[in-house]
Design a protein around this ligand. Structure first.
Ligand SMILES: [Zn+2]
Length: 277
């Protein structure tokens, strides 16, 4: 009798949750459910999607993308209106990350205490970078499996709290890969070049590849830029050379990944660096 009661209450609970669970099977997310992550999703074609109440563009075949920054809130909601009239609120719950502390000494005084001209220059650099990342390209290269733009030793990770010459500064948002000046850098996925500036104040030689739907890769501290704005590039194509330009202490590539202005962790997208570096 007790067992029967238990079974029937289970049945009632199942009955009430069945419809939302059934709808949830019409959504799939790919990516790490954590802060700093780019998440790619798929649902039925013709579904309208919102993230936290804001419309989220999707492809005609139901693919969409979103990104969550270093200190993003942990709970989000995707709202889906399916073409057949069904509606679903789908929770996206992220894990909280812990970030490293990194101390860097030997930064030039001119970089630590920029004069007014340098400050104006840095502000103009930031404006250009921001504008490039704000664009919306309908291309869907962001659906590809991304690759490392070069192989080498990782010397800086996403999210670290940084101290320059002992002073606390902004966290580090890219992944740093050490390599000699002149080492080729390849496109991690197809895209179009939206910014190519050889000498930004902090970031030196700077290149942005737009992968569509707000997803972009930024490479900084480059020695040489081998492509111009407007150029379409393929995954694996050489686009630049590693350098030591801007605020650096040695040659490396700093690769940043953005979803519009949200700064994400590129390493989550490509997995561990291949062995043998
Ligand atoms: Zn860096």
């Amino acid at each position: 009798m007790v067992r029967q009661l238990w079974l029937s209450s289970l049945f009632i609970i199942s009955f009430f949750t069945y419809s939302q669970e059934g709808l949830a099977s019409r959504v799939a997310l790919e990516g790490d459910l954590t802060q700093g992550s780019l998440l790619r999703g798929q649902t039925d074609p013709g579904t309208q999607v919102w993230l936290n109440g804001q419309p989220l563009p999707s492809t005609t075949d139901g693919h969409f993308v979103m990104g969550f920054g270093r200190d993003a809130a942990l709970e989000h909601t995707l709202t889906l209106h399916f073409a057949d009239g069904e509606k679903l609120d789908y929770p996206v719950v992220l894990a909280e990350r812990e970030y490293k502390i990194q101390r860097i000494e030997g930064i030039a005084r001119r970089i630590m205490e920029p004069n007014p001209e340098d400050v104006a220059r840095a502000q103009e650099d930031a404006r250009q970078t921001r504008a490039a990342r704000e664009r919306f390209e309908t291309r869907t290269d962001w659906q590809q499996a991304f690759i490392w733009p070069l192989h080498g030793r990782i010397t800086g990770v996403y999210g670290s709290q940084r101290f320059y010459n002992g002073e606390p500064r902004n966290p580090h948002f890219g992944v740093d890969v050490a390599a000699p000046t002149g080492t080729p850098v390849v496109a991690p996925a197809d895209g179009v070049i939206t910014l190519a500036v050889p000498d930004m104040f902090y970031s030196g030689g700077t290149l942005i590849i737009d992968h569509g739907f707000g997803v972009s890769s930024t490479f900084i501290h480059l020695h040489k830029l081998l492509v111009e704005p407007g150029t379409e590039v393929k995954q694996g194509e050489v686009v630049a050379e590693v350098g030591a330009t801007g605020r650096v202490t040695g040659p490396h590539l700093d690769w940043r990944l953005n979803w519009h202005q949200e700064r994400l962790d590129p390493a989550l997208l490509v997995g561990p660096m291949p062995k043998g570096n």
